[in-house]
Design a protein around this ligand. Sequence first.
Ligand code: AMP
Ligand code: ZN
Length: 114
Amino acid sequence: MLDCTFCRIIAHEMEGELVYEDDEVVAFHDINPQAPVHVLIVPRKHIASLNDLAPEDVHLIGKMVLVAKKVAEQMGITADGYRLIWNTGENAGQWIYHVHIHLLGGRRMTWPPG
Ligand code: AMP
Ligand code: ZN
């Protein structure tokens, strides 16, 4: 999927500020950060959105959450807290159709989100 921005970052064809990488999951800084820490956690496998998850993706999705936890530790935001967001579809404002978790932290956040 070389027309996909995140597939291109994963393939090192496009620049990304990587903070974590393994054989299944990659994490990099968001280009337009909404908090002092704003990292995107993405699977190497191209899955367009949560709507496209298959039962066999259950391990991968769990792994993404564990990577988010690990990156939060790496960024020093574990104790103060952080937010994980999965935007899905138009109403949620999903812009890039390659499934990703937003890891946001480093500031106090409000609820409900906008
Ligand atoms: P979403 O609205 O959930 O699809 O979020 C997509 C996110 O990807 C946005 O927060 C963008 O700022 C971010 N983004 C778009 N292009 C890039 C890029 N080339 N490198 C890093 N982050 C990006
Ligand atoms: Zn992709």
